[in-house]
Design a protein around this ligand. Structure first.
Ligand code: G3I
Length: 340
């Protein structure tokens, strides 16, 4: 990998994270990872659907690969995730006979018991494998709970349907009890710059605080694009800071195509616009007190946006290109950090 560019992690005051999977841990991707980043988030390896695909059947294989690498190289880990409707396996909300669970008191306690059992199994595994050297310092406890279309501002997922609106507070209580007093517990969400989602986020955090739920921090996914208004991002960061919580940018990427746009190349002018956008964002991050900044993927080939919302082979939302070379956005990030 390029050694003529500065190491990003040396430029930031806070840990710099990146989402990775087992395929990133050897060869040039691993070199790139170790040169520029000091924290990882397992992109999919710690999701409940990966770790416990069937009740009581655990697969810690992919998670161990990522965490062993982190432990071996002195990287910290942001755990992702415990409660997320998209990565909860279906059995979680089914009775042993296959019946879909309802909001009855029995069904409610079954789901809470399953959440506790899952969280405890992961915590026990980490304690056994790493002891005091557990690299996992923080967790996305609840992911994507917001839905401004709903009257109460909460997404009416299966978690909500079965446990009711208190499920968020309950999840944080379980996480604190099972993961211990030192784990930094995050509420993580996307598009937190949008005014309606910002309001919903602030309201949810205040409700959690009033309920005494042990939420430590807010994660802003930060899946943004070239049209994102960075002033709105900054407004949200300031609003969360005013609540007295810690916060982090957990999943940064900057799409160069619009949501319904299909590019047939990667235009240089878009990469230049991306440089400017990343610079503005990094400067807003550096001017504020964040716990860490995380990027959602090592290099463009590895981005989830290559496959969403359809195949998009020319999407290029990350700091390194398909050849693992630093993009204009890389320089934008450095310049933004220096200006912040
Ligand atoms: O591994 C299988 C492969 O065997 C199969 O052929 C293929 C067919 O669809 O699917 C592959 O699994 C996919 C997996 O990514 C690995 O690439 C899943 O379908 C796909 O759903 C999964 O997507 C992940 C997504 O979360 C859903 O869990 C993305 O990699 C991951 O980047 C994305 O990350 C999320 C965060 O967890 C939460 N915030 C938003 C972010 C982006 O969506």
């Amino acid at each position: 990998v390029q050694t003529d560019v500065p190491a990003l992690k040396d430029a930031t005051e806070v840990p710099l994270g990146v989402a990775v999977g087992p395929q990133d841990l050897t060869g040039r991707p691993a070199e790139l990872l170790l040169r520029h980043f000091d924290q990882v988030t397992p992109e999919n390896a710690m999701k409940p659907v990966t770790v416990q695909p069937a009740e009581g059947e655990f697969d810690f294989g992919p998670m161990d690969e990522v965490l062993d690498f982190a432990a071996e190289h002195g990287l910290t880990v942001h755990g992702h995730t415990l409660v997320w409707h998209r990565s909860t396996p279906e059995w979680f909300f089914q009775a042993p006979d296959g019946r879909p669970l309802t909001g009855s008191p029995e069904d409610r306690s079954l789901v809470l018991d399953r959440l506790r059992a899952h969280t405890r199994a992961v915590a026990d595994h980490l304690a056994e494998r790493y002891g005091d050297a557990n690299p996992v310092r923080s967790w996305d406890v609840v992911n994507e709970a917001l839905d401004p279309e709903e009257a109460d501002g909460l997404r009416h997922s299966r978690w909500y349907e079965v446990l009711g609106p208190d499920y968020v507070a309950e999840a944080f209580r379980v996480a604190r009890e099972e993961l211990g007093p030192d784990a930094v517990l995050y509420l993580n969400d996307y598009d937190t710059d949008a005014p309606d989602r910002r309001r919903g986020l602030v309201r949810l955090v205040m409700d959690l605080q009033a309920a005494g739920a042990p939420v430590d921090a807010v994660g802003h996914q930060m899946h943004v694009d070239l049209d994102t208004d960075v002033d709105r991002v900054a407004t949200t960061l300031d609003a969360v800071a005013a609540l007295g919580l810690r916060q982090a940018v957990t999943e940064l990427d900057v799409a160069i195509s619009g949501r319904d746009e299909q590019l047939d190349s990667t235009p240089p002018d878009r990469l230049e616009a991306q440089r400017g956008q990343v610079q503005e964002l990094a400067s807003a991050f550096a001017a504020r007190d964040l716990a860490f900044v995380g990027v959602w993927g090592l290099y463009d080939t590895r981005s989830w946006l290559r496959a969403w919302p359809q195949e998009r082979p020319f999407e290029a939302p990350l700091l390194f290109d398909d050849e693992l070379q630093a993009k204009p956005a890389f320089q934008g990030f450095l310049d933004g950090i220096a200006a912040g």
